[in-house]
Design a protein around this ligand. Sequence first.
Ligand SMILES: [Zn+2]
Ligand SMILES: [Zn+2]
Length: 386
Amino acid sequence: MNNTLEETIARITPELIETRHHIHQNPELSDQEAGTARLVAARLAALGLEVRAEVGGHGVIGTLRGARPGRTLALRADMDALPIGEESDLPYRSQNVGVMHACGHDGHTTVLLGAAQALAAERDRIAGSVRFLFQPSEETGQGARRMCAAGAMDGVDAAAALHAWPPLPVGQIGIRMGAMTASADTFDILIHGSGAHAAYPHLSADPVVAAAQVILALQTLVSREIDPVEPAVVSVTQVSAGTAPNVIPETVRLAGTVRTHSNAVREAIPERMRRVVEGVCAAGRAHAEIHFRQGTPPLVNDPSVAALIADAAGETLGRENVILLPHASMGAEDFAEYLAYAPGALLRLGLGQPTPLHAPTFDFPDAALPVGVRVLSAFALRFLGA
Ligand SMILES: [Zn+2]
Ligand SMILES: [Zn+2]
């Protein structure tokens, strides 16, 4: 590992801790990240970066141009907080009632600011440019898509991001070659039958019974129609119908989520779901309307970018601190959107704490800040041929 980079990171860490505390104390919900975005833009401008604000909402892009021409690397952080009331005695606990940084995005934002500062000091060793993407609205799954639509990935050769990961110790990262997180699509099914007095079911086409059979039949999509070595989840999570105990209703609404780790499986499910739902409903003299909404795609790490990150991280943290994760997650992460434009990878940054993400007592540990900065900076210098 490069000495001047290590020195810079050691020097800026106390300031990064203060920055993280400030952002933690002033959390902003998705689409409301104006204050955080102002702080980010001011810091990037002070480093002499080219800054573009209000990208795809409150997104901020900072560009660091190296001393020589070369490729373009995008590094991304998310800035939004969650609608959770913080339960904490921390001196820097949230001052925005009912809103808190429970997913570590205060840490992500600070780490990326730290990487910008560390890499700006290494400008002479950079061939090409680093584009720092600070996106809004990750928790609603909208921010990355809007950043991309606004040109955030134009001309980018590779992209990387990190996410806080409580179970790994501080000082370690986790990564995978291949699937990292799942797609998250949603469906809405309206089952139309015909209503009647509950005492005369033969005069109805009961949508409640059809819906019950549809819910069970949907369980066979994963178990009987998807290759068992391909992860997939189909969950019906909402069931609504009826107005009175003695009335068979006209309609039932079902809604739920579909999760997959590959685009092939993701694309196969809607047609199969349609066939099962329509077939089961026809058997019960009901008919169905099915609406799919595509959300976040599966996040599949590019093996060569992931290998380069693992290598650079191994050099700065020690090989034993780079963990090849055995499993991908069925959760979703909208960093996947950027990977439609360029190869890239997401890594997990160890936090070493029992509190899970999205818990009201969560807090990103300060000790993980310099670790994240070291990994992103070392990878950037490696990728840009320094
Ligand atoms: Zn989250
Ligand atoms: Zn998150």
